[in-house]
Structures are given as structure tokens and as C-alpha cells.
Design a protein around this ligand. Structure first.
Ligand code: DAT
Ligand code: MG
Length: 149
């Protein structure tokens, strides 16, 4: 089953949106398989965002993500990578559609509340970067047959 990495960024945690964000993914029908609140080291932040290391906003991004605790999560489900990106919304919250997490709760691009992997391969890399294998659970929700045909 496909998995994705979702991180509630420091602004999402500080604004008390952790529950709301987790609720939206749960209610969609995806399975939460790992979750931890943590401070992010500079090393982890730089590795996580290494595709953006040449961008002018890279320094601010690393500074921000290491500034206060985040909630790192892994979710499982059919098509979860692309679907979670839709639930999250466009990178810039000001233009993200209403009904998406960023569209409903954000304004600034540098305070867009949440990270979601952009492809299946990226998700695999990010899950391995943020979690030990032993932290990932495997379970079959009792409601599975009411969510999947
Ligand atoms: P996403 O988080 O939607 O995958 P991304 O991978 O292009 O977006 O960028 C990673 C993060 O970097 C993004 O969530 C917020 C920040 N960011 C992106 N573009 C930016 C910009 N033009 N100015 C400031 N921050 C930016
Ligand atoms: Mg990205």
C-alpha cells in the first residue's frame, strides 16, 4: 500500500491546527501509521529540503523548520501521495483553493502549515529520512471494507 510523509510545520503546531489537520486526513479514510512530535536538527532540515538548497529562500526555510517543534507523520492508502497534496493545497496559501488546508488556514508562503511528499519516490526517501523502520506500524483498520470497495 502507498505511503506518504506529512509534516505539520511549526506554525501549524503553534496555531493549534495539529488535530484539525490529522482529522482531515483520517476522515478521508487514510491510515495513520506513524506520528511523532520533535525538534528538527539543522542537519535533518537541510537534508529534507536539499532539492531547494540553491533557492534564495533556503536559509529562511531551514531556520523556520528548526525554530519550534513539528509533528512528523506517515500515512497509508490508495493514491495517498497525490490525494494528500490535494488536501494540503497549493504551496502559496493565498492562492490555494478554499477547502484545502493551506487555502483555509494560511496567508504567507513561508507559513504554509504543512509539508506533504510530492511523489511516491520522494515519499519513500522522506519516510526513511524521518523515521526508523521500527517506528512504522502496520495495521488494518476495522472499517477498511467500508472505505475500499
Ligand atoms: P511544497 O511545500 O508545496 O512542496 P516546495 O517544495 O516548492 O513547496 O517548497 C518547499 C517549501 O519552501 C514551501 O512549502 C514553502 C517554501 N517556499 C517555496 N517557495 C517559496 C518562495 N518563493 N518563497 C518563500 N518560501 C518558499
Ligand atoms: Mg515540495
Amino acid at each position: 500500500m502507498e505511503r506518504t510523509f506529512i509534516m505539520i510545520k511549526p506554525d501549524g503546531v503553534q496555531r493549534g491546527l495539529t488535530g484539525e489537520i490529522v482529522k482531515r486526513l483520517e476522515q478521508k479514510g487514510f491510515n495513520l501509521v506513524a506520528m511523532k512530535m520533535m525538534n528538527v536538527s539543522r542537519e535533518l532540515a537541510e537534508k529534507h529540503y536539499d532539492v531547494h538548497s540553491d533557492k534564495p529562500f533556503f536559509g529562511n526555510l531551514v531556520e523556520f523548520i528548526t525554530s519550534a517543534p513539528v509533528v512528523a507523520t506517515v500515512w497509508e492508502g490508495e493514491g495517498v501521495v497525490a490525494s494528500a497534496r490535494k488536501i494540503i493545497g497549493a504551496t502559496n496559501p493565498l492562492t490555494a483553493e478554499p477547502g484545502t488546508i493551506r487555502g483555509d488556514y494560511g496567508i504567507s508562503i513561508g507559513r504554509n502549515l504543512i509539508h506533504g511528499s510530492d511523489a511516491v519516490e520522494t515519499a519513500q526517501r522522506e519516510i526513511a529520512l524521518w523515521f526508523e523502520e521500527s517506528e512504522l506500524t502496520t495495521w488494518k483498520p476495522a472499517l477498511q471494507n467500508w472505505i475500499y470497495e
